[in-house]
Design a binder for this molecule. Structure first.
Ligand SMILES: *[C@@H]1O[C@H](CO)[C@@H](O)[C@H](O)[C@H]1NC(C)=O
Ligand SMILES: *[C@@H]1O[C@H](CO)[C@@H](O)[C@H](O)[C@H]1NC(C)=O
Ligand SMILES: *[C@@H]1O[C@H](CO)[C@@H](O)[C@H](O)[C@H]1NC(C)=O
Length: 337
């Protein structure tokens, strides 16, 4: 006997209970499980499928009390030198000159991380000697902990020379991290935890500044002293020592970059750049949205156009200034000499 459908209707079944029951508890637990674990996963994994990202951290830097100093005492190639490496000092012979050195490291904000190194050096000179140039190398141990643990030994190199013999050199700068490749996001990264200068070597080539800098610059991770303005003071009294003073700060990395187009020394220039460009785009979108022009090409044109116009205006302004205030170059020369 064949069947056929005479009539159909959906059935709705409602399950009811009072508030304080196991069923309510179960419902709450299921709701929580639906929303909280995905949030936790997203938070703990720092975003899904991220290949590169940036973060900020103040490094733990310690001066290692290793120093190498070379000072040219004439324009004919005579020099005096000093280092904290006994082997090198033995090799220097008559060129060895022992300076008085004071070093102080300060934690200015009491956060347990050192912020500033004050390095002072007084180099005694013979009456007929003058200082025309100074080369100084300091070594540091440099550590980062926030993502991967980075441990390395790095250096700061300072150099200044002048045709006029000096009495004093003052340098104030930041010890900056320089990366060629991003750091791993976890684990221990200590392949550069090796001495910058091999202090046990009996060979002069190990202390040659050119060799040291060459092998150091081969690294993918280095520190560099950014010191835009060394101050060279002239007029040394006959018996006075040459004075050198350096203030080296250990700032948070990477430095805040005011311009989106500049590539800061960060773990990941790419992502931060993208984000900044993205931000600009959004702003333009908001500003222009009211005018009902929502096409992508138009906004991009608008944005770059306004930037170019601004730049033009600034250039015109500076040109005007240049014309109004007279030759700028002459002014500069006057201040530096
Ligand atoms: C780095 O090197 C120093 C000495 O060269 C050593 O004492 C230290 O344990 C090393 N640290 C790491 C993490 O390898
Ligand atoms: C340094 O970076 C280059 C890529 O820029 C990479 O090929 C090389 O393996 C890196 N060296 C080390 C020791 O990590
Ligand atoms: C800036 O000066 C140039 C000529 O030097 C001119 O063509 C341009 O329109 C000026 N820009 C602005 C914004 O005044």
């Amino acid at each position: 006997m064949a069947f056929y459908e005479v009539y159909s209707h959906p059935a709705l079944i409602r399950y009811k209970t009072s508030v304080c029951t196991k069923a309510t508890l179960f419902l709450v637990v299921v709701l929580c499980l639906t929303y909280i674990p995905p949030l936790l996963v997203a938070y703990r994994s720092q975003g899904f499928w991220i290949k590169r990202s940036t973060y900020e951290e103040q490094p733990v830097v310690r001066f290692q009390y290793q120093t190498l100093l070379v000072a040219a005492t004439s324009t004919r190639g005579e020099y005096v030198a000093w280092s904290t490496f006994p082997q090198l000092n033995n090799m220097l012979g008559a060129n060895l000159r022992i300076p008085a050195v004071t070093v102080r490291e300060e934690d200015q904000n009491q956060d347990g991380k050192l912020d500033l190194l004050v390095f002072q050096l007084q180099l005694p000179l013979k009456p007929n000697e003058q200082v025309y140039s100074i080369q100084l190398l300091l070594t540091f141990s440099y550590q980062l902990f926030r993502m991967s643990t980075v441990v390395m030994q790095s250096l700061a190199y300072m150099q200044h020379s002048s045709s006029v013999p000096g009495a004093k050199l003052f340098i104030s700068g930041d010890l900056r991290l320089q990366q060629r490749t991003p750091l791993p996001h976890r684990g221990l990264y200590n392949i550069y935890n090796v001495s910058v200068i091999d202090g046990s070597s009996p060979f002069a080539s190990a202390y040659d500044l050119e060799n040291i800098i060459r092998s150091y610059q081969n690294r993918n991770l280095t520190t560099v002293l950014s010191c835009p303005i060394p101050v060279w003071t002239i007029g040394r009294a006959a018996a006075a020592p040459f004075e050198f003073k350096a203030e080296i700060r250990y700032p948070v990395e990477p430095p805040p970059s005011p311009l989106p187009a500049r590539q800061p020394c960060t773990a990941t220039g790419h992502v931060s750049k993208l984000r900044l460009v993205h931000g600009h785009y959004k702003k333009v979108l908001r500003a222009a949205g009211d005018r009902g022009r929502r096409r992508r090409g138009e906004f991009r044109g608008l944005w770059t156009g306004s930037v170019v116009r601004q730049r033009d205006r600034q250039q015109n302004k500076s040109k005007d200034k240049h014309l109004n205030t007279g030759p700028k170059r002459g002014f500069k020369q006057r201040t530096t000499v």
